[in-house]
Design a binder for this molecule. Structure first.
Ligand code: ADP
Ligand code: ZN
Length: 602
């Protein structure tokens, strides 16, 4: 008789109950139905195919582009007592033969395959000779041709249905926009499948977007005051800034590693493996890093540069806090980011429609940065989901920004731009505009006679940083443009409305630097004082086991599990077995050691 899904959840994975749509999805796929699952990172997608694979006769075949992570995924399953293997290009013939033999002998529950394997006829014939429980297509957005993760090999996955019409397919992704959703369904032939769209909210992530002034110092303060000893990811736009930032953090005594496409493959692999295996490593990376990284205890994701789209931002920040514990998503953003991104769009290859699309992505990201209402509700609205008006766990909810009527200030900036427009061949950046408004006699002001402009010195009511904020917000709201080779500021139709007094401009007040005490802090993870020392002892024990077995620490037990053990201090194997994340296999393997650690003197 086939085991019941809930029974498998409790026995194998050690969890009490299904979350969200898991139960319905698992029921549907176990019964032979096709499914398309949209669920945020950390939502619990893996169980949606792992449990049906265990419930149905045969092997669950998982297509995943993440070759570098397959070994870890398989190790994590083996630790649970699930029989898993993988086939990809990193193996030698002998290893491959062994996995194939296990597959044919019915000795596997799950088989992970790189998509390019399916282009090899011998793989298809191999699959024909075994019994397949289901096909799971992970990271299904890789089939979307306009997406940022497109993999041509994914297009071939439409053949699965033709070749094995009776095998259910489940496609999963954390990319949520309607366009991607539709494209996945069409390209994989899943229009008839049941679609499950989960809530995309990640309540344990605190979203914060701060004005950028000294990004590295700001980052350091965040790490020192809120995340000492925590694992996290710092995203930078360029390879050079990745390297510099990593060096800077190392110079400050932190464990930070660089990751970008320009590094040797072996360096990348080593750094990724250290990030996954060691506690408290900070990965400084371009967006080349992160897809499929299922490290559950990433406590923060920091962006030192503006992401290009809300989708990208949400994917990247989503890598924080998969274990459901409080985590921080922090972004530093400034005027130069807007100018740089606009320029990158202007310079990009592709037709007008392509550039327009990039521009729309950027505008949505800028709107998120400049909003004075809840960041989370704006994010969810972007994905077509409505949340509450105020989440209570983002910077704008925790410290509501003041707004002010910036119409006159905007007019002053725009008039200055209008006057400088006559000298088009010169590149005058924001600095020159601010100096003119403040009436500063700098060498560059003198050189171009800018002190004779009528706008010279008309803006002494605001400080330099505030003027930069005004310019940034005008750019973000499309009331000012950046144009041409010299990246000069230019007026837009909207700026003319402002200049004519036909449009009011609401602005976000720039936070004063010294108002630091008002910056929200990530809520401290509450662990009772008498539980904390035991938690640390358990972590030490776990680090030892992980090292000995060459496994990432979280494969042994998640932090969330160790916290619960430290709090409840179970005295018997039975009591330990009721802790979330302690399944039969781990109880048998580690149970006694954990009880000994609990009993050992502090
Ligand atoms: P995703 O692939 O959607 O990003 P995962 O499958 O990695 O998410 O699951 C995220 C985390 O949630 C994992 O640590 C997993 O063990 C845990 N998890 C998933 N389902 C449950 C559940 N029903 N009860 C408790 N924990 C769960
Ligand atoms: Zn909020």
């Amino acid at each position: 008789m086939a085991p019941l899904p809930l029974d498998v959840l409790q026995r194998v994975f050690g969890y009490d109950a299904f979350r969200g749509d898991q139960s319905e999805i698992i029921e549907h796929v176990s019964g032979g139905g096709d499914a398309l699952v949209l669920m945020p990172t950390g939502g619990g997608k893996s169980l949606c195919y792992q449990i049906p694979a265990l419930v149905r006769p045969g092997v669950g075949v998982v297509i995943s582009p993440l070759i570098a992570l397959m070994q870890d995924q398989v190790d994590a399953l083996l630790a649970l007592g699930v029989r898993a293997g993988f086939l990809n290009s990193t193996q030698d013939l002998g290893e491959r033969r062994a996995v194939e033999a296990a597959f044919l002998a019915g000795e596997l529950d799950l088989l992970y395959l790189a998509p390019e394997r399916l282009r090899v006829e011998s793989t298809l014939r191999l699959l024909d000779r075994g019994k397949i429980a289901l096909f799971a297509i992970d990271e299904a957005h890789c089939v979307a041709q306009w997406g940022h993760d497109f993999r041509p090999d994914y297009l071939a996955l439409s053949q699965l249905h033709e070749r094995w019409p009776d095998v259910p397919r489940i496609a999963l992704t954390a990319t949520a926009t309607e366009a991607t959703h539709t494209e996945i369904a069409t390209r994989l032939g899943l229009q008839e499948a049941k679609h499950f769209v989960a809530s995309f909210d990640r309540p344990n992530i605190q979203y914060r977007i701060a004005p950028k002034n000294e990004p590295r110092r700001q980052l350091l303060e965040l790490l020192r005051t809120e995340h000492p000893g925590d694992a996290g990811i710092v995203y930078c736009l360029s390879r050079a800034s990745v390297e510099k930032t990593a060096e800077f953090l190392v110079g400050q005594g932190l464990t930070a590693l660089p990751y970008h496409a320009g590094l040797e493959a072996s360096t990348r692999a080593t750094n990724q493996s250290r990030f996954l295996r060691e506690d408290g490593v900070i990965m400084v990376a371009t967006i080349a890093f992160g897809m499929g990284i299922d490290k559950p205890d990433v406590r923060f994701v920091a962006h030192l540069d503006l992401p290009k789209s809300v989708e990208g931002y949400y994917q990247e920040t989503g890598r924080a806090g998969r274990d459901g514990l409080p985590s921080t998503a922090w972004l530093a953003y400034g005027l130069a980011d807007v100018v740089q991104q606009r320029k990158m769009i202007d310079d990009s290859e592709g037709d007008l429609a392509h550039r327009r699309r990039l521009s729309q992505h950027l505008d949505a990201m800028l709107a998120l940065c400049e909003t004075v209402s809840c960041r989370r509700s704006q994010l969810l609205a972007y994905f077509g989901q409505s949340g509450s008006e105020s989440c209570g766990n983002c910077d704008t909810c925790l410290a509501p920004p003041e707004t002010w009527d910036g119409t006159v200030a905007a007019q002053k900036v725009l008039s200055t731009v209008f006057r400088l427009d006559r000298e088009r061949r010169q590149r005058f950046g924001a600095g020159q505009i601010v100096d003119i408004l403040l009436g500063k006699r700098t060498p560059k002001v003198d050189q171009f006679d800018h002190h004779s402009l009528t706008v010279f010195g008309i803006g002494t009511e605001l400080a330099e940083g505030e003027w930069r904020g005004v310019i940034r917000q005008l750019l973000a709201q499309g009331m000012l443009a950046v144009e041409g080779t010299y990246q000069t500021f230019a007026l837009t139709d909207a700026s003319r409305d402002v200049l004519r007094g036909e449009r009011t401009v609401h602005m976000r007040r720039e936070p004063k630097r010294q108002a630091r005490s008002r910056t929200p802090r990530a809520p401290q993870v509450a662990l009772a004082p008498d539980a904390a020392p035991l938690f640390e002892r358990l972590r030490e024990w776990r680090a030892g086991v992980a090292k000995e077995q060459g496994l990432p620490a979280y494969v042994i037990f998640h932090d969330a599990t160790l916290r619960e053990i430290a709090t409840r201090k179970p005295e018997s194997l039975a009591a330990l077995g009721s802790v979330g994340g302690v399944g039969e296999n781990k109880l048998a393997k580690y149970g006694q050691q954990v009880l000994d650690t609990i009993a050992s003197p502090a």
